[in-house]
Design a protein. Sequence first.
Length: 145
Amino acid sequence: MRIGDAAAAAGTTPRALRFYEQRGLLPAPARSASGQREYEAADVARVRVVRDLLRLGLTVQDVRGFASRLDLLADDTAPRCGDADAAGAAPDGLPGAESAASLTVERRLAALDAEIDRLTRLRDRLARAAKRSPRSIPARALRDT
């Protein structure tokens, strides 16, 4: 199918498909004789997985870290998180997509927790400054209190 049809089937835009290809999340598709991209159903499934992972808060760089294994996540017959085999290695002995994704998710959660801690401290400083002198919030909020 052509790029517009593949994008519609995946719930995205042709521009997004080109972006995912440029960033290494989607392999370059076959080309027609006229040079147009030709996508398969597996490509659409992979794009859906990418979009789901991005929607969950992973970054493009995070997903690129296990891009070679995304097809395992898109495959309905692959073991899912929680299955006994999901945490193990893939048949070729390399870490499976779910293992790589789990490590990436753990790192992303740690980064989010650190950002929440930082923002909580900032909020607390601003609240203390507001209680002391509401007129001087901008000046006091910039200093450690």
